[in-house]
Ligand binder design. Structure first.
Ligand code: NAI
Ligand code: ENO
Length: 356
């Protein structure tokens, strides 16, 4: 392993999550931030015992700041770290590259990246060491990067448990417009429709609305930067969306049109890859009705281990006050799912299977 120490500039959600992941793999980490309180909190969470000399040569310096702070932080860190590899994790890639290109001499030591994992809540207090596990982590720097720096960035991504995906910066920004930035805008606009609406109706809101609008809780200060800096790529996606809305507006009373809208959505959802960013998979779901008492979940997992069947995912539905709950296990292999279903049924569980 080549990385032994890392400096992380920006002790917020992403910087601290990277720090936690690295520290768990015995990498020494220094957290830093414009706000001393943020840096102190992050350092306590990540690696309270870390002590570095003033002129310590970090293997990697991670720039985990908002886009607006990027250029100044980069200039400052280049001065301080004459040998380090620099890795940024900004959500946009074309504009920051122009800033990096002002420092031609560091291009071989500079790797632009973007972890495709995050949360709608900011700050070190929201960080999670497992945030990146199994997630794609885009790398947008190409041939100009030295082998050493490329390898260090790849190692950092791997230590965080993520999967590196190579991409051109322009293509990255176009892709983000479709899969991240326009959805953020639409979720925000949808949630904003609630403002001033009937409070009795608000009390009826269920999980569907919450699922679709979770990211409407995102940080306006960060997103004003991401959206405005990628406006060029977002506008065509938004226009196509607007045209679609206009085309269906006058015809919604037509049941077959309404059906085709929902069917197109079903088709789009099926295209979303499953675990590890691979192609969409077909899962077998085992639904287990459980009694509302302590230890049920542990007992199910215990039986899964006894049956030697790998569980890809698990979800729990439970209504407070109701004396039953529903645990759903996702299994990839049909044969294994059948073995587990039989095993659990014999062990006394109420099991029902479905597939997607
Ligand atoms: N929030 C998310 O889900 C994701 C965010 N990103 C990117 O990560 C970067 C950071 O975002 P978050 O961690 O969510 O934000 P955050 O607000 O949680 O953390 C940013 C931190 O940077 C610090 N900072 C600001 N200016 C600074 C400066 N000049 N010097 C040192 N520190 C400075 C702030 O004080 C704050 O602690 C952004 O560029 C964002 O695009 C990437 C993937 C996901
Ligand atoms: O909260 C979520 O699910 C996200 O998808 C967060 C996110 C925000 C910004 C990014 O650049 C990448 C991921």
């Amino acid at each position: 392993m080549a990385i032994s120490s890392v400096k992380i500039v920006g002790s917020g959600l992403i910087g601290t999550s990277i720090g936690l992941a690295l520290s768990a793999r015995d990498i020494r980490v220094q957290m830093s931030d414009l706000q001393p309180a943020a840096a102190l909190l992050a350092q306590s969470l990540v690696d309270d015992d870390a002590r570095f000399e003033n002129n310590h040569a970090f293997d990697v310096v991670v720039l985990a700041v908002p886009p607006s702070a990027f250029k100044d932080v980069l200039a400052q860190e280049i001065e301080l770290n004459t040998l380090s590899t620099f890795v940024d994790i900004l959500s946009i890639k074309t504009k920051p590259l122009l800033d990096v290109e002002l420092f031609q001499e560091i291009l071989p030591r500079y790797v632009g990246t973007h972890p495709m994992a995050g949360r709608e809540v900011a700050g070190a207090q929201s960080a999670r060491g497992d945030l990146f596990v199994g997630r794609p982590w885009i790398v947008t720097s190409g041939n100009v990067v030295s082998k050493k720096s490329g390898d260090l960035a790849a190692e950092l991504i791997s230590l965080c448990g993520a999967i590196a995906v190579q991409m051109d910066p322009h293509e990255h920004d176009q892709a983000m417009a479709l899969i991240s930035h326009t959805p953020q805008l639409i979720a925000s606009i949808l949630a904003a429709q609630l403002v001033g609406s009937n409070t009795k109706w608000l009390g009826l809101i269920g999980q569907g609305f919450k699922d679709v609008t979770r990211i409407a809780d995102s940080d306006p200060q960060l997103w004003k930067e991401i959206i405005s800096e990628n406006a060029e790529n977002i506008v065509p996606v938004l226009s196509a969306f607007r045209k679609k809305l206009e085309s269906i507006e006058s015809e919604l009373s037509n049941p077959s049109l309404a059906q085709s809208i929902i069917e197109s959505g079903n088709a789009g959802r099926k295209l979303i890859p499953g675990k590890h960013g691979s192609a969409a998979r077909t899962y077998i779901y085992l639904h287990i009705v459980i009694d509302d008492k302590a230890g049920q979940l542990a007992a199910i997992f215990n039986d899964c281990a006894k049956a030697d069947v790998n569980i890809e995912d698990v979800s729990i539905e439970h209504t407070p006050g109701q004396n039953t709950g529903l645990v759903t296990l996702s299994i990839l292999d049909l044969g294994k799912a059948q073995i587990l279903e039989e095993f659990l049924r014999t062990a006394g569980w109420k099991v029902h299977s479905t597939s997607n």
